[in-house]
Design a binder for this molecule. Sequence first.
Ligand code: FE2
Length: 222
Amino acid sequence: MRIFPFHSTRGCLSYLVTDAEGRAAALVDPSVELPLETYLTEVEKHASMLAYLIETHTHADHVSSAPELAARTGAKIVRHALAPATHKDIAVVGGETLLLGAETLRILSASGHTDESIALLADGAVFTGDALLIGGTGRTDFQRGNSGALYHTLHETLGELADETIVYPAHDYRGRVASTIEAERRTNPRFALDRDAFIATMDAHHPPEPELFEKSIAANSK
Ligand SMILES: [Fe+2]
């Protein structure tokens, strides 16, 4: 598996993932804030075809370019079955798999930040969306978020992965790209909270609405 990150504005991260031979690629969380050509050039460099456009959840802070990329390339848009968007070429739930060339992407249910969040497990790497960020987690106070569900995702799903699993989040506001499950379990302050404290902390956490909130939700729910 090969992984190439893209940084866009306001700390949003997207990723190109290909199998080792470059037979097929997936783009995870592509954003309109990067030109389509930026993604397409990297795909062309590293893989024979773009198979999937995968949304880890319905983003509230940027507009997805998955529909435009699908129209250009014929790649299939993959979203959780509960995602509000009607454009789902492949609707998935936790436990399912996608074949990427000779390799497999496993879908993990990662609800909590939203009720339709997924993570993707691929050959020692996990794309965590906004469920697990480096040193933090996504908020749970809109988009049918649920603090108890996020606790379960952190401890029963992501926290159970092998220590050395590399974590690729959907955001980082300090220019970082990757961490590991072991480092997050050890240093992420939200991991250190017990269930009751985690729920109380998250339920009381109401950061300002993201820039582009309404525009993003409207566009990404089509
Ligand atoms: Fe999010």
